[in-house]
Design a protein around this ligand. Structure first.
Ligand SMILES: CC(C)(COP(=O)(O)OP(=O)(O)OC[C@H]1O[C@@H](n2cnc3c(N)ncnc32)[C@H](O)[C@@H]1OP(=O)(O)O)[C@@H](O)C(=O)NCCC(=O)NCCS
Length: 177
């Protein structure tokens, strides 16, 4: 089914959109503060996107360059890009509940992979929460296991979560960008 939605760059004015979407999609453990979203938009605007249709914003995507053997802490204001990043990290792909399970997440994931690929990244990482790992497996990610001790500790701020990696480069095909 052809999906009618649009992906656009986020701006600081979208902070309430981020909050509305995250409150709809996550339990309290995963809620990030407004300043955390604003920091991401300021530090790496190219990776902060709003997903909307003619009814308005219903999702967001946040992704940024990172280090393969590291996991950024959740809900932290202490965020800057590493000097020599070697992966593209999909921090969050989040849709409001009434827009889930309609194929939109898969399309937005392809958009994120294509974005990272255009920026020169062949490897992608993420932290899967809310038992979304089967969804991510369909997007070419696999769970990293066993997880080194330092990463196990870093994963703790994400509750019940899995660290996942995609090592297969993404082939851009102009479908969605
Ligand atoms: C996870 C999420 C981004 C997936 O996007 P989506 O649009 O719902 O997924 P799609 O419709 O593209 O799903 C593709 C397939 O994955 C499956 N799937 C979707 N979400 C899933 C989940 N949470 N767990 C397991 N499988 C899932 C779908 O059933 C579908 O399978 P099908 O093709 O056999 O029907 C979306 O559900 C979401 O925003 N969830 C809440 C926020 C969240 O947990 N984000 C992930 C953070 S790591």
């Amino acid at each position: 089914m052809r999906q009618r939605f649009h992906i656009r760059s986020a701006t600081p004015r979208d902070v309430n959109h981020f909050l509305t979407v995250e409150n709809d999609a996550y339990p309290p453990l995963y809620l990030e503060e407004p300043e955390v979203f604003l920091t991401k938009v300021r530090v790496f605007p190219a990776g902060c996107k709003m997903i909307e249709d003619d009814q308005g914003v219903f999702g967001y995507l946040i992704c940024h360059p990172w280090l393969e053997n590291d996991i950024p802490p959740l809900n932290s204001l202490n965020f800057s890009l590493p000097q020599c990043p070697n992966v593209f990290f999909l921090h969050s792909l989040t849709l409001r509940r009434n827009h889930q399970k309609r194929g939109i997440g898969s399309l937005v994931c392809r958009f994120a992979l294509s974005l990272g690929s255009e920026l020169g990244y062949a490897r992608f990482t993420l932290v899967s929460v809310q038992d979304s790992h089967d969804f991510w497996k369909r997007q070419g990610f696999s769970v990293v296991e066993p997880l080194p001790h330092n990463l196990r500790k870093k994963l703790l701020s994400y509750g019940n979560a899995r660290f996942m990696i995609r090592t297969e480069p993404f082939k851009v095909n102009g479908d969605i960008r």
